[in-house]
Design a protein around this ligand. Structure first.
Ligand code: SF4
Length: 373
């Protein structure tokens, strides 16, 4: 059963004849306001796929430069499948959420093996690719192949919730199911890709999270929130995660011109990327060079080596989700292997290799600091 506050709006808006004037106004607006994006109007499913994976959790603005570099390095599905993961990660470096990159690489290999390197057109085949959910499959198939499939991402979720004056948790349960239903009902028989892109642009440029520009909105006549003055309360503001402050230490361990690095294992935030041996410390600030046994134990578990912290080289601050991290980069010494296995893979890299290996963003800054690049 539909929640009482949405059933009537849905009933009114989901009459098929209601959508033709809605779509006409939307498309007229899109003709002059569409965002110029490098993956648009190319009609290449590989470009659309790469862009959609990059856009998961990341803004369009942040993705643009990365997309161009990535496509230049891996111009086809075949070239991506043949590349080694370190090289693919190096081109993703700085974009964050690195699991997406590993899944994209895995999916490219699968497409080569199962579909001869051609991006599949069947919905179930696309959904079964690593890293592809309902939204991504709908976006690729509607934009690249014109299939009548709905999409629902951050911009359209907010836009549709406001059009329907839908309250409650938009990401789950009955409300989410109704939003998908609406996203599908709104589509024409042909040309769904254009409508989907126009809806995303309208959400991003006009129906913005804060202070939506209703006076400029081409579909204001269809908007229940505008009628009821609910734009500022829909969607309900998210409860902010409590910020946590922490201090970490990364060690520069060098021997015979090579630097010790660790690679984070599968399932961790920076899986597949390299970093200096790094761990959390509870030591009081300012950080002293006195022996921090808890830190030593953590570093030893990561590397399988007995490492000791020395003189401070520099410090930097950065944020990861709810964490505000102060990172101290210190010289360190290595007394060799312990008897326990390391949690991370380790390697000794030359300066030239440090430039080529995929590093997390703080490790890249520290490399620039020590090499002066
Ligand atoms: Fe969003 Fe305002 Fe347009 Fe409604 S009228 S869809 S709230 S911009």
């Amino acid at each position: 059963m539909l929640p009482a506050d949405i059933s009537q709006n849905l009933f009114l808006l989901m009459q098929s004849e209601s959508f033709a004037p809605f779509r006409r106004k939307l498309i007229r607006w899109y003709a002059t306001h569409a965002r110029l994006l490098p993956w648009r109007d190319v009609a290449d499913s590989y470009y659309v796929w790469v862009s959609e994976i990059m856009l998961q959790q990341t803004t369009t603005q942040a993705v643009q430069g990365y997309f161009d570099r990535f496509i230049k390095a891996f111009p086809t599905i075949q070239s991506l499948a043949e590349a080694d993961l370190d090289s693919v990660n190096r081109h993703w470096e700085g974009l964050g959420y690195y699991r997406r990159c590993a899944l994209l690489h895995k999916a490219a290999k699968e497409i080569v093996v199962r579909f001869g390197g051609e991006f599949p057109r069947n919905y179930e085949d696309v959904r079964n690719l690593p890293g592809v959910g309902r939204y991504t499959a709908g976006a690729i198939l509607s934009i690249a192949f014109g299939q009548r499939l709905p999409i629902l991402e951050a911009n359209t979720l907010r836009l549709h919730a406001r059009l329907l004056a839908m309250r409650g948790s938009l990401l789950h349960g009955e409300t989410n199911a109704r939003l998908w239903e609406f996203a599908e009902a709104i589509l024409p028989r042909t040309g769904s890709g254009k409508i989907n892109q126009a809806l995303m642009d309208l959400g991003s440029l006009v129906c913005t999270p804060k202070s939506p520009k209703c006076a400029e909105c081409p579909v204001i006549a269809f908007c229940e929130s505008a009628k009821q003055g609910l734009q500022s309360v829909i969607p309900s503001p998210k409860t902010k995660e409590q910020t946590e402050y922490r201090t970490e230490v990364a060690l520069l361990i060098q021997k015979k011109g090579k630097t010790l690095l660790i690679r984070y294992p599968e399932g961790q935030r920076w899986a597949g990327l390299w970093d200096f041996p790094r761990a959390k410390t509870e030591a009081e600030l300012p950080l002293s060079s006195a022996t921090d046994t808890v830190l030593q134990k953590r570093l030893s578990e990561l590397t399988g080596r007995k490492l000791t912290q020395g003189r401070l080289i520099c410090s930097l601050k950065h944020s990861v989700t709810k964490y505000r991290i102060t990172l101290f980069f210190c010289e360190g010494t290595d007394a060799g292997k312990t008897s326990k296995a390391a949690l991370c893979e380790t390697c000794w890299a030359t300066l030239a290799e440090l430039q080529k290996l995929p590093l997390n963003s703080t490790a890249r800054k520290l490399v620039c600091n020590i090499t002066g690049t």
